[in-house]
Design a protein around this ligand. Sequence first.
Ligand code: TYD
Length: 208
Amino acid sequence: MAGRFLVAEGIDGSGKSSQVERLRHWLPRSGLMPPGARLLATREPGGTPLGEKLYPMLLNPGLTLHSRTELLLFAADRAQHVETVILPALQEGHWVLSDRFSGSTVAYQGHGRGCDLELVHALEQVATGGLTPDLTLWFDLCPQQARARKTPSQQDRFEGAGLDFTRRVAHGFRKLAMERGWQRIPAGEPWAVVEAAVQAACRSTFAN
Ligand code: TYD
């Protein structure tokens, strides 16, 4: 695979998406990408025409989904995303930056919802076809701090699931970060410190 695959993971309210937006502008100017390579910024859920349709269903707090149904829908969204967006770009030598990937399913549906972890990992293989990120940025923030950043009226299905749920998800991310060698980003620090940590992680991974 000629391109590089970067992923941002973390609990809701960790500031991940805003930093991904900054990274999207910085990376192509950083000198880290080879000439001719473009950066494709994408996200899960979403990222494909199918994903755009699944997104409002997956986040709608008024729609009751069984946890296994939720797990399968995220897996379906991912399979489509990997096959039709991520792999073709990587095969062309481009770089892909995804706001969330399969770690989110392990953390939210596995640790958060309590879906069987063996099933979650088996489905991860099916959905990704074995694709793993070259760099995962883990935005580490304690659940209380994250919660304080969102107003209740903004809450989607997952943000409204309660502090205990978010604590289980945060624990899942921490465990994954250790097991999979993710780069920890101290998301509770001031904005500029977080941004510098993101850039340093990219440099340490991709500079020759
Ligand atoms: P969104 O608001 O798009 O993400 P963010 O908060 O990062 O901007 O919401 C995505 C939600 O979907 C988020 O609460 C996490 C959840 N999610 C899962 O539960 N499982 C998954 O596999 C993915 C990709 C996301």
